[in-house]
Write a protein that binds this ligand. Structure first.
Ligand code: EPU
Length: 427
């Protein structure tokens, strides 16, 4: 087991290139199940979640070939093999096997998904959608069983705006008979990306990116080539880092419109932000002002950037209030930031950050992916060395983090944990 060591206090400079979007990729790979010939996806990020999804596609009979950041999935020999246990439980996005296998085989058995612990993460809206399409859904010993004689298009109103449910229902509905309308759909860019892939495969989808998606089911879908969108959360994380420490930093391969809510907040704080076509230029200020943020569904402030942004607020003058309306319990990073001398209290579902604090290096633990990013940012801002454990969470979603930061002038390296440290970590 490895840990990450970060020596803080340096300004950062240069260009960082953003990879493909994790939360798109984790849906695009299972979407390939729906085709009857090979699907090629280019520009994938180098993250551990995708390795697991590739293995799962092979488990059900797919032929997966990888070359650099491109994957080719031949789904023609796939079978409706049950996946009640094993790797499927390791990540949240394995729930996309439900929609995709239901769409293709009209049946699926998928273990209840794992993923980051951010408080309760129900999948009732996914199930509501599958049932509306004509599937019988039961939960048997921790696995979801889905069966349908045939899938029929339906009008589905989501009670909660959910990225996962919107995509999962799209996956099943593209091969249902007739028309499906998803109302109160999520509008995240990843949904548009998945709809683009499905359309290239021959699906008929209108309205992805708005809150009403209309799908006309088709009999068959075929293979295609697709290039993934850049990861707006990885881009946002480096943008926040640049706002804290960037002398002159360029975030390359980004769609600035995906990050408008973040950029508006950074400008309010006094950060210099310039937008190019596919680049952002960011420069910190010696006099950052605190702001409040409230996470909302897209295009509101993304919950996935809340934790990194909290780290930044420790450097700003004044009091900032961070409220997460998507995951009210996504505050596990706060105790760790406090260990580093941050002045933060959590009250009634909000974190209240009083700044500026002089952060100091400490031993901290990443409880989830974005908490890990927050701690690395804090470590880079702090005096001395910060040791971050739990980095397998970070590797699930940030490609080459240490290398990218080193190229920006940061001092960051991996070390093997001692047996004693591993024991302490696991308890
Ligand atoms: N929700 C329900 N019922 C459902 C589905 C969701 O009540 O059936 C609730 C959730 O508990 C949450 C809210 O609805 O309070 C939004 O959840 P959503 O379904 O949109 O989240 P998700 O699809 O499970 C994806 C990302 C998350 C990201 C959220 C919100 C993937 C694999 N994950 O999760 O990403 O935080 O959307 O934008 O796409 C991350 O990247 O660190 C991450 C956690």
């Amino acid at each position: 087991m490895r840990k990450l060591l970060v020596e803080g206090g340096k300004r950062l400079n240069g260009t960082v290139r953003i990879g493909g979007a994790k939360n798109s990729a984790v849906a695009l790979l299972p979407a390939a199940i729906l085709a009857d010939s090979p699907v090629t996806i280019e520009g994938l990020p180098k993250i551990s979640d995708l390795q697991i999804l590739g293995d799962l596609l092979e488990e059900i009979g797919g032929t997966v070939t990888k070359e650099g950041q491109t994957i080719r999935i031949d789904p023609s020999e796939m079978i409706s093999m049950p996946l009640p246990n094993g790797k499927v439980k390791k990540l949240r996005a394995s729930y996309y096997f439900m929609g995709a296998m239901l769409g293709r085989f009209k049946k699926a058995v998928i273990g209840l998904p794992g993923g980051c612990h951010l408080g309760p993460r129900p999948i009732d809206q996914h199930i509501k959608g599958f049932e509306a399409l004509g599937a019988q859904v039961t939960n048997e010993q921790g696995a979801i069983y889905l069966r349908a004689e045939e899938l029929r298009g339906a009008r589905i109103y989501l009670d909660v705006v959910s990225v996962g449910a919107t995509i999962n229902i799209m996956l099943a509905a593209v091969r249902a008979k007739g028309k499906t309308i998803i109302e109160n759909a999520a509008k995240e860019p990843e949904i548009i990306d998945v709809a683009t892939l499905l359309s290239s495969m021959g699906a008929k989808i209108k309205g992805a990116g708005t809150d009403v998606i209309r799908i006309e089911g088709v009999e068959r879908l075929s293979g295609c080539n697709h290039t993934i969108i850049p990861d707006r959360i990885e881009a946002g994380t480096y943008t926040i880092l640049a706002a804290a420490l960037g002398e002159e930093m360029i975030i390359d391969n980004v769609i600035p419109q995906h990050l408008e809510s973040l950029l508006a907040k950074l400008r309010e704080m006094g950060v210099t932000v310039e937008e190019g076509d596919e680049q952002l230029f960011i420069k910190t200020s010696d006099n950052l002002r605190s702001v409040d943020i409230k996470t909302l569904v897209h295009p509101g402030f993304p919950t996935d950037l809340q934790q990194p942004f909290t780290a930044l607020l420790t450097k700003a003058n004044g009091t900032g209030v961070v409220t997460d309306t998507i995951y009210q319990a996504r505050f596990k990073h706060i105790d760790e930031l406090r260990r580093m001398n941050a002045s933060i209290k959590v009250e009634g579902g909000s974190a209240i950050i009083s700044g500026p604090s002089r952060l100091e290096g400490a031993k901290v633990k990443a409880s989830d992916l974005r908490a890990g990013a927050a701690l690395v940012i804090a470590g880079l801002m702090a005096k001395g060395v910060t040791e971050v454990t739990g980095i397998e969470h970070i590797e699930r979603g940030y490609e080459d983090l240490a290398e990218k930061l080193t190229n920006l002038g940061a001092t960051i390296w991996h070390e093997e944990m001692s047996e004693q440290e591993v024991e302490q970590f696991q308890n």
